[in-house]
Design a protein around this ligand. Structure first.
Ligand SMILES: Cc1ncc(C[n+]2csc(CCOP(=O)(O)OP(=O)(O)O)c2C)c(N)n1
Ligand code: SF4
Length: 285
């Protein structure tokens, strides 16, 4: 039986779980009104909807306000190095394919310093769910522009704006080979939870971009809730079509936009190698 079929069978037999079961005792220190609170709520709702055992879930992150999220769940967590969450998560998933590995990042962590890892994680298609809380700014380090900051965003640290073209994470994910691409809005935790649950259920590399407002450095993002709307199209399995739609949409349509059917990467273990323990033996000094 496949790992996924076994997990589905296990979930069917698992006791019902509540979102509260996935919250830790650690109180979030995000600014009041930060979108990341709702993303945390969406994570725990999604885990409960899938009845995942907390000890079978690992939340891996880099550095940033958004990357604090593992500490606020009762699951296993790894709060790692800035921009390197995908590298850690890839190794973990390959060593422990029985675990659900959710990766949390911010637009600075994931698209600047971690941009190269993002491209290759899409290309490799390891069975991970990658959630980026995008607020178009470096929140933790007090408001520097990120790759998704609008070119004319004027601030003390970027007077007159950077003048730089913005990065388009969803289209880049499609071009690089992600198997699932979705856009969500933190202000809609139920809709976001549904998308995260579908991303976890979908084999391969699933990318969920969440518009999560930084109310401190980008207070104007409070207006996002007036602009977001459900995507008026069904998810397609044609990456070119999905990319064309994304290049011409208004940036506020929410939902699953692409769902492919690439088989997830499976490591080819050499002849006579039984698993990570045997590999470790080879490196013993
Ligand atoms: C190697 C390294 N470079 C820079 C930093 C400083 N740093 C910490 S968080 C951060 C940016 C975080 O921005 P983002 O990922 O957008 O997350 P947010 O805080 O907005 O959620 C930076 C530059 C660091 N911790 N490590
Ligand atoms: S600085 Fe911005 S991203 Fe960080 S906790 Fe505050 S509102 Fe959230």
């Amino acid at each position: 039986m496949s790992v996924r079929a076994a997990a589905t069978q296990e979930a069917a037999a698992a006791p019902a779980r509540k979102a509260a079961d996935y919250k830790s005792d650690c109180k979030p220190i995000w600014c009041p009104g930060c979108g990341d609170y709702s993303v945390l709520a969406a994570f725990t709702k999604a885990f409960a909807a899938l009845a995942l055992a907390p000890e079978k879930v690992v939340v891996v992150s880099g550095i940033g306000c958004s990357s604090r999220i593992p500490a606020y769940t009762s699951c296993y967590g790894f709060h790692g190095v800035h921009g390197r969450s995908l590298a850690a998560a890839t190794g973990l998933k390959l060593a422990r394919p029985d675990l659900a590995v959710i990766v949390a990042s911010g637009d600075g962590d994931g698209y600047s310093i971690g941009g190269n890892h993002f491209l290759h994680a899409c290309r490799r298609n390891v069975d991970l769910t990658y959630v980026v809380m995008d607020n178009h700014v470096y929140g933790m380090t007090k408001g520097q522009p990120s790759p998704t900051t609008e070119p004319d965003w004027d601030s003390k640290l970027s007077p007159g704006g950077t003048g730089l073209r913005t990065f388009h994470p969803l289209v880049i994910a499609l071009a690089a080979g992600a198997n699932f691409v979705a856009r969500a809005f933190a202000g809609d935790p139920n809709g976001t939870a549904d998308i995260i649950a579908e991303a976890i259920r979908t084999p391969g590399f699933s990318f969920v971009e969440i518009m999560s407002a930084c109310v401190t450095f980008r207070p104007e993002q409070r207006e996002w809730k007036q602009h977001v709307h459900r995507a008026m199209v069904q998810a397609t399995d044609d990456p070119g079509r999905a990319a064309r739609r994304l290049m011409t949409d208004d940036g506020f349509n929410l939902g699953v936009l692409y769902k492919g059917n690439r088989a997830p990467y499976q490591p080819r273990i050499g002849k006579g190698t039984k698993g990570p323990a045997d590999l470790e033996k080879g490196f013993r000094i």
